[in-house]
Design a protein. Sequence first.
Length: 255
Amino acid sequence: MITTELYDGQGHGDQTWVYITTRYIAYKLGYEFGISHPERWKLSNLNIDFGKEVKGIVNHYQEKHVYHPNFHDCNISDIDPEVLKLPDNTKLEGLLHYGELLDDNKELFKEWLDLKTIIEKNPVIPGKVICNIRGGEYKSVPDLILPKKYWDLALTRLGNPEVEIVTDDPQYALSLIPNGKIFSGSMTEHFENLFTAETLIISNSAFGFFPAALGLSKTVIAPKYWSRWNVSDGFWAMKMDKCEKFTYIDREGNE
């Protein structure tokens, strides 16, 4: 068995990453999988198989990370290849944001996450543009929070269309896009609404990653270098987060 644990402090995007990556590793290695504390799972609208009861764990592996030497707490890690060589009966812990796995496993992951049901319930609306804006605690980290310039560049690229905004911070979001229409609803309703966009502009947050990566939107604009769009001179933070479906733009609006 390969297992991991869900924690109270994780957002649903981070929970989704550790779930699918742990399950995928077990699947590839021919082991059973199980997830500890499934009651902490936040997306209650998804019918998730959390695997077998966790028992018999004798090994522990902590994902290896690499940090940028010149920026505080700046994780620039790529996929840790050792996680694909784990022995049976191992508890795996880490971020496990392995975007590369999506390249060849989109349909499998949609099945595991019950996203086919969500996609059927929330069809794409032609011409609909959604901006998924993260505010909140991100605003206290200057290197992380995406400035108005990012959203202006993305919208200019699209011809400045009308947009709907999915956000955890409506007041802040409207300071960035004053004419945007705020979508109101629960966290699960916010999540499902992202699947209705033909075009998505996302922030550097795991919240919108899976609707953008596995949904049916035709265009996804995302910040190049992910969590360090503001300061990067070419490094990704984290490199493991990259997704082939996304169109990444830099501080000049270039891909």
